[in-house]
Ligand binder design. Structure first.
Ligand SMILES: *Cc1c(COP(=O)(O)O)cnc(C)c1O
Length: 423
C-alpha cells in the first residue's frame, strides 16, 4: 500500500512516532476512498463524521462548480451575496421554529465559540452579570481553547489546563442516573448560570454515549425555569445522524442557540452556522457600537460553502435523504441487535445511523495502544474505522449498502477474536 512517510505535514490527533504513515487518497466516491495504488477503503466513519449523503454527491459538486463561475470569498461586513442570504432563509425554515438568526463561521469549534460568546454577550448587554457556563461530563465541543474549556478534561487537554476557563460540570445522564444530572443542572441554573451547553442525545468524541430524549427535554425545561440559555451543539448530530434532521427534534426541544457544521454542506467543504433566538440578536441591537457582537472569521459565509449547503438542503427537502436515513437506521438496528448478546462486547448501543460497541479488552482508555492496533487491523481489511479507545463505532455515510455494512461488522467480529480479552 502507498503510505506517505516523509512529509512536512503535521497531522491532527496523530503521534507521528507511532503512526508515521498516511494513506494517500486520490479518489472519493459514495462510501469509498481509493488510494494511489488502487487500495479501496470503506469510509465507515464518514471521514470523521462530516460526509452525510456520500462522498462527492453530484448535486453538491455541481453547486460548487456553478458558484465558482461568479463568486469566491466576499467580505461579509457591509456586503452580502445570494448564497448566504438564501441559505440563512432556508435554515430558519428547516430548523425548529424560534431559531431566527444565522451567524456564519467555518468550523464546528468556531460555531461553538460563537455560541458561548453570544450567550455571554446577551447577559452583559442586558445588564445581568451571568458568566457561568455549564457542560456535561464527557462532552466534546472542539479543540480551540474556549471549546476545550467547555469540553471534558482529559489527557488531550492536560497541556493547556492552565489556560482553560472554569466550567460547571454535571454528570452524564446514563440510564438510571438521569435524576442526578437533572438535580446538578438545576442547582447550577438556580445560581444563575449563563448557559448550558450539550450535545443532544449522543456525546460523540466522549465515546458515543447516548441518553434519552426525555432527559434532553427535562434539561431544557430546567434551563427555561431559570432563564439559563440552552446551547445545542449539533455539530455531529445535525443533518440526520440520529435519525431525524436534528437531534433536538426527537425531544421537542428548541434550543436558544444551536451550532451546526459537519453535515451542513453534506461534508463537502467547511462551513458552520450558529443560530439563535430573536432575543439574543436583539440584546446586541442598540445604537451603541459597544453592544455589537464582536466576532468574525475571515471566511465568514464563504459563497461556495453556502452554495454547497443549499444543495444539501435540496437533497433533504426534495431528494432521497430522509428515505436513505430511515433505511440506514433500520439496517444499523438489525446489526446492533446481532451484537447485543455477543459476550466479546459490552454496551452495544444504537441511535439513528450510529452503532457503537465496547470491545471487552484488558486495556482501556483513549491512550491505550489497542485503538492503534485496531485502526491498523481495520485499514488492512480495507476499512476506515477509528475506535475511541476500545469503543468501536460505525457511523457511515447514508449511501452505504447492507453488504458494505456487513464488511465492517465482519471485520469488527474478527477484530474481537484477535484483540478482545474474551477470545
Ligand atoms: C467535531 C465536533 C466539534 C468541532 O468541530 P470542528 O469542525 O472539528 O472544529 C464540535 N462539537 C462537536 C459535538 C463535534 O462533534
Amino acid at each position: 500500500m502507498t503510505v506517505v512517510t516523509h512529509s512536512p505535514v503535521w497531522r491532527p490527533f496523530t503521534q507521528h512516532a507511532l503512526q508515521p504513515g498516511a494513506f494517500k487518497i486520490i479518489h472519493a466516491e459514495g462510501a469509498w476512498l481509493t488510494a494511489e495504488d488502487g487500495t479501496r477503503f470503506l469510509d465507515a466513519i464518514s471521514s470523521w463524521w462530516v460526509i452525510t449523503h456520500g462522498h462527492r454527491r453530484p448535486e453538491i459538486m455541481e453547486a460548487i462548480r456553478r458558484t465558482t463561475e461568479s463568486l469566491d470569498q466576499i467580505i461579509f461586513a457591509g456586503f452580502t451575496h445570494e448564497p448566504a442570504e438564501a441559505l440563512a432563509r432556508r435554515l430558519v425554515e428547516i430548523t425548529q421554529p424560534g431559531l431566527d438568526y444565522v451567524f456564519y463561521s467555518d468550523s464546528g469549534s468556531t460555531a461553538v465559540e460563537v455560541a458561548i460568546k453570544m450567550a455571554l454577550g446577551f447577559w452583559r448587554n442586558r445588564g445581568e452579570p451571568r458568566t457561568r457556563v455549564v457542560a456535561l461530563e464527557h462532552s466534546y465541543h472542539g479543540d480551540t481553547v474556549g471549546t476545550m474549556s467547555a469540553g471534558a478534561r482529559s489527557v488531550l487537554s492536560a497541556p493547556y489546563e492552565p489556560l482553560l476557563f472554569d466550567v460547571a460540570r454535571v454528570p452524564f445522564p446514563g440510564k438510571g442516573k438521569e435524576q442526578e444530572t437533572l438535580d446538578a443542572l438545576e442547582a447550577f441554573c438556580r445560581e444563575g448560570a449563563a448557559a448550558f451547553i450539550a450535545e443532544p442525545l449522543i456525546l460523540g468524541a466522549g465515546g458515543m454515549l447516548a441518553y434519552s430524549p426525555q432527559t434532553l427535554a427535562e434539561m431544557k425545561r430546567i434551563c427555561e425555569r431559570h432563564r439559563t440559555l440552552f446551547i445545542a451543539d449539533e455539530v455531529m448530530t445535525g443533518f440526520g445522524r440520529t435519525g431525524t434532521l436534528f437531534a433536538c427534534e426527537q425531544a421537542g426541544v428548541v434550543p436558544d442557540i444551536a451550532c451546526y457544521s459537519k453535515g451542513l454542506t453534506g461534508g463537502s467543504v467547511p462551513l458552520a452556522v450558529t443560530m439563535c433566538r430573536r432575543e439574543i440578536f436583539e440584546a446586541h441591537y442598540a445604537p451603541e457600537r459597544a453592544r455589537a457582537f464582536f466576532h468574525s472569521s475571515s471566511f465568514t459565509a464563504n459563497p461556495i460553502g453556502c452554495a454547497a449547503a443549499l444543495a444539501n438542503l435540496d437533497i433533504w427537502e426534495k431528494g432521497d435523504a430522509r428515505e436513505r436515513v430511515a433505511g440506514l437506521c433500520a439496517m444499523q438496528a438489525e446489526r446492533a441487535a446481532r451484537f447485543k448478546t455477543d459476550p466479546r462486547f459490552s454496551a452495544v448501543r444504537h441511535l439513528g445511523t450510529i452503532v457503537a460497541l465496547d470491545l471487552i479488552a484488558s486495556q482501556r482508555g483513549y491512550l491505550t495502544t489497542i485503538a492503534l492496533d485496531l485502526i491498523r487491523f481495520f485499514n488492512g481489511r480495507g476499512l476506515l474505522l477509528r475506535p475511541l479507545g476500545s469503543t468501536i463505532y460505525v457511523l457511515p455515510p447514508y449511501c452505504v449498502t447492507g453488504e458494505e455494512l456487513d464488511l465492517a461488522y465482519a471485520a469488527i467480529s474478527e477484530a474481537a477474536d484477535q484483540f478482545g480479552s474474551c477470545s
